[in-house]
Design a protein around this ligand. Structure first.
Ligand code: PEP
Length: 246
């Protein structure tokens, strides 16, 4: 039985007053059967950890450097994230693959760094619209999976997020059949590479315009173990409804 996850990716949004949204989430009765992770901007991680301390909500970063320290101006290491009390790190988000040219090889190194620091890696994969229209979705997702995940994956240190790039922040979502096809494929690849025990237990999240209105339908698709939620995670009432739906 894989426990569902609702992970909120705040991206570059949120000043200190946004911490009140999380307090609102608590009073809005989130689902105790669903694991909740919030990934705020780096400036809010420590405060968020303190705010979430008694709320059964985990906190994650949105990226980390592949090295543990050194001359990397502006970067944050996995050890630094862990030092704040964060437990997770989103890695290989399409916005980073696109805007910073992050390759799967680099994402793999970052994932290894996250694991060395004791963090759970949320590794993102997903195709662009052109790739989908050219019927290359499974090739792209398969290649990103193989390239981005190191060999030492376990059900405890890895979460995979399938995020079709064209669905992120656009209000568009794939059909439930299309989501199921990719999630089944990811499951098959995880089982093939890491063995049935690990492959069956790693949680696979869907991300891309998940909203209160579509979360329950998406979460009912085979091998969907929850959601990585961008825009709709910024407002407590919306995120609470997604948590409840999951
Ligand atoms: C994301 O950025 O990971 C995401 C899924 O964004 P949105 O929910 O806004 O599409």
């Amino acid at each position: 039985m894989r426990r569902k996850i609702a992970a909120g990716n705040w991206k570059m949004n949120g000043l200190r007053e946004a911490l009140r949204e999380v307090e609102g989430l608590h009073s809005a009765n989130p689902n105790p059967d669903c694991e909740v992770i919030i990934c705020p901007p780096a400036t809010l991680i420590r405060s968020m950890v303190k705010t979430c301390d008694t709320m059964n909500i985990n906190v994650g970063g949105q990226d980390c450097h592949e090295n543990s320290s050194g001359a990397h101006t502006g970067d944050i290491s996995a050890e630094m994230l862990a030092d704040t009390g964060a437990t997770h790190a989103i890695l290989g988000h399409s916005e980073r693959r696109d805007a910073y040219g992050e390759s799967s090889t680099l994402v793999r190194a970052k994932t290894r760094a996250a694991w060395n620091a004791g963090l759970v890696a949320i590794v993102c994969v997903g195709e662009t619209l052109e790739e989908r229209e050219a019927a290359n979705t499974l090739d792209i997702v398969g290649g990103q999976l193989a390239g981005s995940i190191p060999d030492a994956a376990t059900a405890e240190n890895l979460i995979v997020a399938y995020e079709p790039v064209w669905a992120i922040g656009t209000g568009k979502t794939p059909t439930l059949n299309d989501i199921g096809e990719v999630h089944d494929f990811i499951r098959m690849r995880l089982e093939r590479r890491f063995g049935e025990g690990v492959g069956r237990s790693v949680r696979i999240l869907y991300g891309g315009s998940m909203k209160p209105e579509n979360a329950a339908d998406i979460a009912a698709v085979s091998n969907v173990d929850g959601g990585l939620v961008g825009g709709a995670s910024l407002k407590a009432p919306d995120f609470s409804r997604i948590v409840a739906a999951l």
